[in-house]
Design a protein around this ligand. Structure first.
Ligand code: ADP
Length: 496
């Protein structure tokens, strides 16, 4: 069964609005009771002002029908006291012909509407229905506010809403705890009075200034050091502007999510991968060496069949060893270990060396390697081994994924901010869908052309991680059957 609104509400007793009629005329009281009970309301009667006030003190009513002209305590007195007891109760004043001025007066004092005597049942029904609609709207607003307040206060994320003046409209307890603010409430306060994190303040300012035409959420990870290393917390801050009906920014919602545990898990996962890769690399290399000993005939004669089997086993183990090495590299790069040792690197030298190094591999596939590089290029601040790894991966791929007789062109140039290196091939190309995914770990394109090409699917993930760790990036342009061009962007050493 599907959950329709009716199903969800099955068994729920609808709210019956409560009405009190305060009038000293029994005829009017009884008439009101009959008409309103027929409409489904819960109706109570009070015989005069004193009786009415007594009942109002004891119970809550949604609507009060109040006669103005009563002996002892007039309707005006009841109205005045009622406004201080239950300001949200809606009052409809019942008046005689001659007292229209009084009813206007009563409206000024907070009555919602008035019914002049004598009135018809229809007039009473319509006026009360209008008032009920109003009280329902008020109740809905109050319910929504209460629901929102409870929800926001119970959230495990920190939430703050600020207005166009940077004053707090709402901030939940989690938010205050996360930013280390000891106050129980900061409602109405200027954010500069209790937030001292300049990154967060800048984000809120910037967010409020976002042009109307754009919707941008600003995000930032901030590490907050609480004193000792164990108290370090990594918080993810998100700021988005909110707008009024004409589209103007009228405030900012800031959400803080504690990602300390996620970061720790990520670090542990990287450490685990790096330990496992390290541990399995040595035994695999030793197995490879022993297979080689057998293949070389040093352990006795080897038949052709045995040689074939052992060679196949060697290739598989070599691939595994390569994957272990690449996983180790990736774990090191992601933990920021390798790229910390940086120096001024001449990329032209590296391009020439690697082109020469990979030339035999290219020649064996009749692939031509063309260098289209300038005489000189400004240096970049980088880790030399990482840069060699980037180019080596791109050149190896260009050769691997090119058919016999292809051509690889490596070019380089320098712009104002970046040094750009292009590795272009005339190979099998990459579809748009695959272009999105080839930089993910272990992603390999599977089709008839790639079936017999071995690899781990880690090379481009390593290239991407290295370049990002250096403040650079990698891009690719390609189409199936039309070759591929990989663009490497490295930030230039400023002042060089
Ligand atoms: P691997 O080459 O070990 O499979 P990579 O991460 O280096 O892993 O590359 C991921 C995938 O991207 C490859 O499997 C290949 O399908 C595709 N690819 C990479 N470089 C090229 C290229 N120059 N031309 C065509 N496809 C490529």
């Amino acid at each position: 069964m599907t959950e329709t609104g009716t199903d969800i509400q099955a068994g729920y007793t609808p709210y019956k609005s409560r009405i009190l009629v305060v009038d000293d005329e029994a005829r009017i009281r009884d008439a009101c009771k009959i008409v309103l009970e027929n409409c489904g309301y819960d109706v109570c009667l009070a015989v005069n002002g004193v009786d009415g006030l007594q009942r109002i003190r004891e119970e809550h009513y949604d609507i009060i029908l109040l006669d103005l002209m009563m002996p002892e305590l007039s309707g005006f007195d009841v109205l005045a006291q009622l406004k201080s007891l239950h300001p949200d109760t809606v009052v409809i004043v019942i008046t005689g012909y001659a007292t229209l001025e009084h009813s206007v007066d009563a409206m000024k004092k907070g009555a919602f509407d008035f019914i002049p005597k004598p009135f018809t049942p229809e007039h009473l029904r319509v006026t009360v229905a209008k008032a009920i609609e109003y009280t329902n709207a008020l109740r809905d607003i109050a319910d929504t506010r209460s629901r929102m307040r409870t929800m926001i206060n119970r959230l495990s994320d920190g939430v703050m809403c600020t207005n166009h003046d940077h004053r707090v409209v709402l901030a939940n307890p989690t938010f205050l705890r996360m930013i280390g603010c000891p106050a129980a409430s900061v409602k109405g306060r200027d954010i500069h009075a209790f937030i001292n994190n300049t990154v967060l303040l800048d984000m809120i300012h910037q967010s409020l200034e976002t042009p109307e035409s754009e919707f941008t959420e600003l995000t930032q990870e901030i590490t907050i050091n609480g004193g000792g290393p164990s108290e370090e917390a990594v918080l993810s801050f998100r700021c988005s502007p909110f707008r009024d009906r004409s589209g103007r920014n009228i405030g900012v919602i800031t959400v803080i999510h504690d990602i300390t545990a996620l970061k720790q898990m990520d670090r542990m996962k990287s450490e685990f991968v790096s330990t496992v890769s390290h541990e399995i690399r040595s035994p695999m290399n030793s197995v490879l060496m022993q297979l080689q000993v057998v293949l070389d005939g040093l352990a006795g004669d080897v038949t052709e069949k045995q040689r074939e089997i052992l060679t196949r086993a060697s290739v598989k183990i070599e691939n595994l060893a390569k994957m272990a090495s690449e996983l180790l590299d990736l774990a090191r790069i992601e933990s920021g270990l390798i790229s910390q040792e940086r120096e001024k690197v001449d990329m032209l030298g590296i391009i020439r060396e690697l082109a020469a190094f990979h030339l035999p591999g290219a020649i064996s596939k009749s692939v031509e390697v063309v260098l289209d590089i300038p005489e000189s290029l400004p240096p970049v601040l980088a880790n030399r081994r990482n840069m060699e790894e980037v180019l080596s991966n791109l050149i190896t791929n260009a050769i691997k994924y090119s058919p016999d007789g292809g051509r690889i062109t490596i070019s380089a140039s320098s712009g104002t901010e970046y040094l750009t290196i292009l590795v272009q091939d005339t190979g099998m190309g990459i579809s748009a869908e695959d272009r999105e995914r080839i930089f993910q770990r272990f992603y390999r394109i599977k089709n008839d052309k790639t079936r017999y090409i071995t690899g781990t699917g880690l090379g481009l993930a390593i290239v991407k991680s290295i370049l990002e760790a250096h403040g650079g990036r990698i891009e690719v342009e390609s189409a199936p059957g039309e070759g591929s061009t990989f663009f490497v962007f490295l930030p230039l050493l400023t002042g060089a």
